[in-house]
Every structure is written in C-alpha cells, then in structure tokens.
Design a protein around this ligand. Sequence first.
Ligand SMILES: [Zn+2]
Length: 136
Amino acid sequence: MPTLRSEAIKHCENCGKELFGRTDKRFCNDGCRNQFNREKAAREKQKAHDNLPEIFKIIKRNYEILQGYSLKGLHEDEAIFTDTWRLKEQGFNFKFFTSQVIERDGERINCCFEFGWYEEVSSTCSMVYRPRQAKI
Ligand SMILES: [Zn+2]
C-alpha cells in the first residue's frame, strides 16, 4: 500500500522558485538566502530611520521658538521665564532636544543647540543661553 504524501509545495522565500529536498528548506541556494537577508536588513534599517525627518523638523521648530526669546547674551546665571503653555501654544515640543546639561545644583537643562530650558513646578519655563552646548 503506497504511503500518502501530503506535502504542500514550498517556494524559495527570495525568488519564488519551487523547492525540492529537505522540508525545512527556505531558499533554493546560498545566493538567494544571502540576498533575502541583505534586503531584510536594509528594510529594517530604513524602518528605524523613518521618523528622523519629522524629529529634525521638531528640533528646528524648537530652535526657532527659542531664538525668538533673544536668549543670546544672557549670562550663565541669568534666565528668561515664560509660561509653559505659551511655549506649547507656539508649537514647542518638550520631548526633543539636542543635549542635556546637569547644573551644579542638580538641575537638568535640556538644550536645543545653544538654547536651554527647564520647567519649573509652577508651570513656568526658564530659558537659558549655553553656547558650549552647540560646540562639538
Ligand atoms: Zn531562490
């Protein structure tokens, strides 16, 4: 009595050609496997960078908003205050910054290049000038 074989026909995951031989085979040869893996890695790398242009725009917008407060020329111990909601209303995004400074008193200042800010408890935002943060 012949044994029934009900194997589904498998195809190469790269080129689609019909596969013969071992049942766990995924590709017709090393070349196809390598090409598949190279393209898969390239797709994943591209996916990881998909949000970058949007983040650049946010950082640029944050920088332009901070520029509008004339922070240049402030001394290290000086700050300009504004309401946090006012910055938000202008489109400021507090999540994105280019560097961070931890001051002597432990205060963390987020910087967008040379302009920094930190939120006060009272919904006020202090803005400072830290030219060293824009130097590489
Ligand atoms: Zn193939």
